[in-house]
Every structure is written in structure tokens, then in C-alpha cells.
Design a protein around this ligand. Structure first.
Ligand code: OGA
Ligand code: MN
Length: 279
């Protein structure tokens, strides 16, 4: 097994077959995941059953409430875009599940059908983003919490992502379940449950405000943090190939699915595994 840290964020792991990992290999991979926030594998040959078995080694599987499921395997969410569809899923910087009290640990994404070109995914390190903040900003956000919500994304309101994109057709559903979710709060800076390192934990998709401030009053600080976290220094652009697998950590990274392959199909299988409360 070889580990190659990538510029910006993440590490590529070669020389392993995810269908048959020894206990020692699994432990080593777990450490790379905790340290780097996203890990990539190439040339894997995972069936749906293999994908599920690999996920189950990490944590219980979270069955997605909003994404369309694989017809034979409810554990697998479909992250799909068809030829005639215009909008994609995840097409802006975000981290998944921050709107949950115990945000999912991460997702294992397997490429099933790729466009001829395009459809890369960007990842960004929230460890690096936090570390690179100036001391004044670190002091400013120390002890703050933020409110996270899924209402404006997956809910049924007029201007939600669900309502305003063609993803609301057959790809994203169950808006009424999003409508009744209670907004949650998490620290703006978390101590990562696996690595013990500090990470910036706000994101442009689901964070709505700072606790104790109005949305309007929160805008400046959030915009500053986002502009900083989006810097190229903390990011890596992953180019998918058949057989590629990515496993990202929702607590220490952001990701963004590029939507630059209009007229072509892209089908990914995603399994998400459970996480824990964040402090
Ligand atoms: C996701 C997502 C990224 C991609 O599945 O949560 O944002 O590249 N997808 O499809
Ligand atoms: Mn996502």
C-alpha cells in the first residue's frame, strides 16, 4: 500500500483492493482518512455488494432521505445527471449533512458512468482553512456556533434548490421531510472526532447564521470565512476515471461537483456512513 498526499487536500492510496482489505490495511487507511480528510482510490472493481461491505466497515450506513435510491440497494443513493438534465447535485461548495444533529461522517462515491470529459469534483481542506486564518479571526470565531438548515435546499418552499432546479424531478424528493427538520447548531470551529485537529465547520450551502446574530448580521463574517476557505491553496481537483472511488470526511472537507458536461450522463453511487455530535 502506498500513500501519496495530494496538493491542497487529500491523499491517493494505491496498491490496495477495497474488496479484500486486511485489518492492518484498514487501520492504515482509517488513519490517512483522519489526517487528510479525503482519500482516493483508482482502478477498483466494486460491485454494489462490495461497495456496501466496504462502507459497513466504517460505520452504520445512513439511508439518504432526499436522494433517489438504487432500485435494488436502498443503501446506495444515486448522484445522477442525465443527458437532458441541466442542474447537478452538489454543484457548489458544501459539506453534506451539516443540517443534522449528528452529521454523517462521510460518503464513499463510486463512479459508474462518466461523461467523456468534465464532471470533476473539487475538495477543500477545512483543517488547512482553519490553520491559515489570521489570529484575529481565530479569536473572533473562537467559541461561536452556527445554525445549519436543510429547509432552503431540500424543502418545498418556492425558492429552494428542490423547487428551482430540475433535480427536484426524479432525483431529489421527500421535501416534506426537510420541511419538518429542526435547525441545528454546531461550533464554527470543531475538534475533529477522529484526528483531534481543529477544522472550520461552516459551509455556504447549509449554514444560515451565527448563533446570537441575525442572518443579516452574520453575512459579513460568513462571507469572509467562505472567501478564505475557497482559496486554491486548500483545494484539490479530482478527475474521475472508471474504477475511481473517493471517500470524503464531511467534518474536515468541503466538496463541489463541477457541472461542465451538459448533454452527457454522469452516474455515481454514493454510500454515506453515520457520524457523531461535533464539539
Ligand atoms: C454528493 C456530491 C459530488 C459529485 O454526493 O454529496 O456532492 O462529484 N457529489 O458528484
Ligand atoms: Mn455533497
Amino acid at each position: 500500500m502506498k500513500i501519496e498526499p495530494l496538493p491542497g487536500v487529500g491523499a491517493e492510496i494505491t496498491g490496495v483492493d477495497l474488496r479484500r482489505l486486511s485489518g492492518g490495511e484498514f487501520a492504515a487507511i482509517r488513519q490517512v482518512y483522519a489526517d487528510h480528510g479525503v482519500i482516493f482510490f483508482r482502478d477498483q472493481n466494486l460491485s454494489e455488494e462490495d461497495h456496501i461491505a466496504f462502507a459497513e466497515r466504517w460505520a452504520p450506513i445512513n439511508i439518504n432521505r432526499f436522494f433517489a435510491a438504487h432500485p435494488d440497494h436502498p443503501e446506495i443513493a444515486l448522484v445522477a445527471k442525465d443527458k437532458e438534465q441541466k442542474d447537478n447535485i452538489g454543484g457548489g461548495w458544501h459539506t453534506d449533512h451539516s443540517y443534522d444533529l449528528e452529521p454523517a461522517m462521510g460518503s464513499i462515491l463510486v463512479a459508474r458512468e462518466l461523461p467523456e470529459s468534465g464532471g470533476d469534483t473539487m475538495f477543500a481542506s477545512m483543517y488547512r482553512a482553519y490553520n491559515a486564518l489570521d489570529d484575529a479571526t481565530k479569536a473572533e470565531i473562537d467559541g461561536l456556533s452556527a445554525v445549519h438548515s436543510a429547509h432552503h435546499i431540500f424543502g418545498s418552499g418556492k425558492s429552494t434548490y428542490y423547487s428551482t432546479t430540475d433535480a427536484g424531478g426524479n432525483r431529489i424528493g421527500n421535501a416534506s421531510a426537510a420541511d419538518v427538520l429542526t435547525d441545528v447548531t454546531h461550533p464554527v470551529v470543531i475538534t475533529h472526532p477522529l484526528s483531534g485537529k481543529k477544522a472550520l465547520y461552516v459551509n455556504p450551502a447549509f449554514t444560515v447564521k451565527i448563533v446570537g446574530k441575525t442572518e443579516e448580521q452574520s453575512k459579513d463574517l460568513l462571507a469572509r470565512l467562505y472567501a478564505h476557505a475557497m482559496k486554491k491553496d486548500f483545494a484539490y481537483r479530482f478527475q474521475w476515471r472508471p474504477g475511481s472511488v473517493a471517500f470524503w470526511d464531511n467534518r474536515s472537507t468541503w466538496h463541489w461537483a463541477l457541472n461542465d458536461y451538459q448533454g452527457q450522463r454522469r452516474i455515481m453511487h454514493r454510500i454515506t456512513v453515520e457520524g457523531c455530535a461535533l464539539h
